[in-house]
Design a protein around this ligand. Sequence first.
Ligand code: XMP
Length: 322
Amino acid sequence: NWTPARFIDETVESIRKQVGDGHVICGLSGGVDSSVAATLVHRAIGKQLTCIFVNNGVLRMNEFESVQTNLRDKLGLNIVGVDATDRFLGKLAGVTEPEKKRKIIGNEFIAVFEEEAHRIEQESGKVDWLVQGTLYPDVIESQSVRGPSQVIKSHHNVGGLPEKMKLKLIEPLRDLFKDEVRRIGRDLGMPEDVLNRQPFPGPGLAVRILGEVTADRVALLQKADHIVVSEIKRAGLYNKIWQSFAVLLPVMSVGVMGDQRTYAYTCAIRSVHSEDGMTADWVPLPYDVLKAMSNRIVNEVKGINRVVYDITSKPPGTIEWE
Ligand code: XMP
């Protein structure tokens, strides 16, 4: 019978055999899957694994630092943090079309990752393997035949990278479901806040900033989003909800603050229940939670003076706004 401990033992053993004294890299996203995959491979081969975590400029508040703290300081993984904020925001300047934003971020990610991988090769010798946190549902999804008309949004991952760099894949989680991955992470001693993280899209806050992505707008949304998530956690709802986040709308409206007229952005709050992201229901958040979010956002985030709540389910809405 399946237990996390047995799975870990067997996988560690087989990774050691597979890899020998080869060098392995892994792209971290901050999410559960890549973090557990990396930690498992680290358990097997230690310093032969180098993880790369790219700051694409559209991460959440403190995320670039906290992911590194969790995995490097607490678990001992070897992580190269690459702050490519300026590069990504430079490419995104002036771009408003959602699919274009996604493509830019996906392509830029591959470019940055590849450069880092080559740099690692120069320092520590040939890289042979790439770890990916592919789960069983991802395997099924990529096998199902889908016409182009069914691609509603292009999803961002490191596709194309293994072939280009001639890397062989290690996918230690490809027979597992999410709940099994969490159990393995727990057994590996990973922090709960890593294991219970709500999903976050690859293109990050860029698909939650409607219109052009600028450094100022990212900063505004990071603050608003941080308030939404903290209030959800304070209400004890974080682990009961699939996703909760803020969206920055390029809509300016008039408000009043003290005796001053304001003219500032609108922020939407989105909170949904879902099993797998394919369908979703909006969550009837308690009014006092919504009230706390709204009060805090308009008071603490200079630049946002209006908060609205998204009551659209999927379908017909999607979870993300872009
Ligand atoms: P949508 O907006 O399509 O989102 O209803 C469904 C789920 O997928 C997440 N999502 C992404 N995840 N890369 C990802 O890794 C992406 O490009 C991406 N786009 C959406 C979204 O957060 C939701 O959980």
